[in-house]
Design a protein around this ligand. Structure first.
Ligand SMILES: *[C@@H]1O[C@H](CO)[C@@H](O)[C@H](O)[C@H]1NC(C)=O
Ligand SMILES: *[C@@H]1O[C@H](CO)[C@@H](O)[C@H](O)[C@H]1NC(C)=O
Length: 375
């Protein structure tokens, strides 16, 4: 106890020796404190989640720059991954399945969004940071559409295919000066496109000079679209009417990612404050579940990229990208403990779950993509 810095530790020690019950309380408040009694020092360490139990893990090393997105196809047998040098690769993790769709696509600009068609593994939509949207036919192995969005909205932040109709939605943003990802995204343009004519069908209304939309999610029948915005709002659209049905302020900071919950009775959102919230859709504004994941998605890591969340096929586990080499896996239902993934050698920039199996992919700034099957 020689320096002022130890003062608060000193209080902990007193508590420790005086009142065993109090220390239990202190543990609850401050997370994990580890005591090294011999040298009379208290180390406040980061709380550690146990490591996930892995059945197998495969590492794909086909990219030469940080991974921007990785996505399982509708059946789960193909994976598309992209890197910031503008390369998209389609590959399989399982050498026993047909890998006739393997391909490398050069887009000439950073790939910022990937979305597979929902009912087959045939079409992959690719969005770039310079306003380009390409559709790749994975069977014919060619680009079947190569369009540019309005020049005023050159950043494609997300693309999503409808699970039912032959349409997709693009979330594009105007650009402005700024030092962080969010400061550089300006106003939103949310356009619905037809997937046969490749022409815009409607522009979804968001009001005058709307803050950028960062992430999109359809419900199971494609009738409702959820969209998250940089002003902290979540918007919901009725796709048949092409109108906004509701919206609410979800975070005090930009929302980075939005997802429908498993029974579609809730919506998950990740704010750039590192908070994950689950919102009731029956009782608007009610929070059903929440986690503070700012240790993995800290404000510093949001400066360079948006983080994303992914739910497994039965809606029980939520995987989040991470500024650290490991990503957290939260248990949304049940009482199992939270887990962390095996490490990459740099931050985890994109995540996705297999559509049916307990298996996820993690893309990293270390250029690799890992497929992990868990027990
Ligand atoms: C497709 O890619 C996977 C993963 O890189 C590889 O194992 C497989 O051999 C490739 N198949 C073909 C036909 O190139
Ligand atoms: C939004 O983007 C679509 C598709 O690029 C374009 O047709 C439309 O004019 C844009 N809206 C505005 C307000 O610029």
């Amino acid at each position: 106890m020689c320096a002022p810095i130890y003062f608060s530790y000193f209080i902990f020690f007193n508590l420790f020796f005086c009142c065993a019950l109090c220390i239990v309380h202190v543990f609850h408040i401050f997370g994990t404190l580890s005591f090294a009694a011999e040298d009379q020092q208290v180390l406040v360490t980061e709380e550690e989640f146990p490591e996930v139990k892995v059945d197998f893990q495969e590492t794909f090393l086909g990219h030469n720059s940080p991974i921007s997105r990785c996505r399982f196809s509708a059946s789960g047998s193909n994976i598309a991954s992209s890197s910031i040098d503008g390369t998209v690769r389609i590959w399989t993790y399982d050498s026993s399945t047909a890998s006739s769709r393997n391909a490398t696509i050069y887009c000439g600009s950073e790939v910022s969004a990937l979305s597979w068609e929902c009912r087959s593994d045939r079409l992959l939509l690719i969005g770039t940071a310079n306003g380009g949207i390409k559709a790749w036919n994975a069977d014919a192995k060619r680009v079947v559409c190569d369009l540019s969005t309005s020049r005023n909205f050159p950043s494609i932040l997300d693309l999503k295919c409808s699970p039912v109709e032959p349409v997709f939605v693009s979330a594009a943003a105007s650009r402005r000066h700024g030092s962080t990802t969010f400061e550089r995204t300006g106003f939103a343009n949310l356009t619905v496109w037809h997937m046969k004519t490749w022409k815009p069908l409607t522009v979804l209304p968001l009001g005058e000079d709307p803050p950028a939309i960062t992430s999109l999610c359809f419900n199971h029948n494609g009738k409702i679209l959820a969209a998250s915005a940089t002003d902290g709002m979540i918007h919901m659209f009725d796709m048949s009417a092409g109108l906004q049905i509701t919206g609410w302020p979800a975070h005090d900071s930009p929302v980075s990612s939005v997802l429908f919950g498993p029974a579609e009775t809730s919506i998950f959102s990740l704010g750039s404050d590192g908070k994950i919230l689950e919102w009731s859709l029956h009782n608007q504004g009610q929070i059903l579940w929440s986690r503070d994941c700012s240790r993995f998605c800290n404000p510093e890591s949001f400066k360079t990229r948006m983080h994303e969340i992914a739910l497994d096929s039965n809606g029980k586990r939520l995987l989040v990208t991470s500024g650290l080499v490991r990503a957290p896996i939260y248990q949304v239902q049940g009482h199992e403990s939270e887990l962390r993934t095996l490490p990459h050698s740099s931050s985890i920039t994109s995540v996705d779950w297999h559509p049916t199996l307990p298996m996820y992919i993690t893309g990293s700034a270390d250029h690799s993509v890992r497929v992990t099957s868990i027990l």
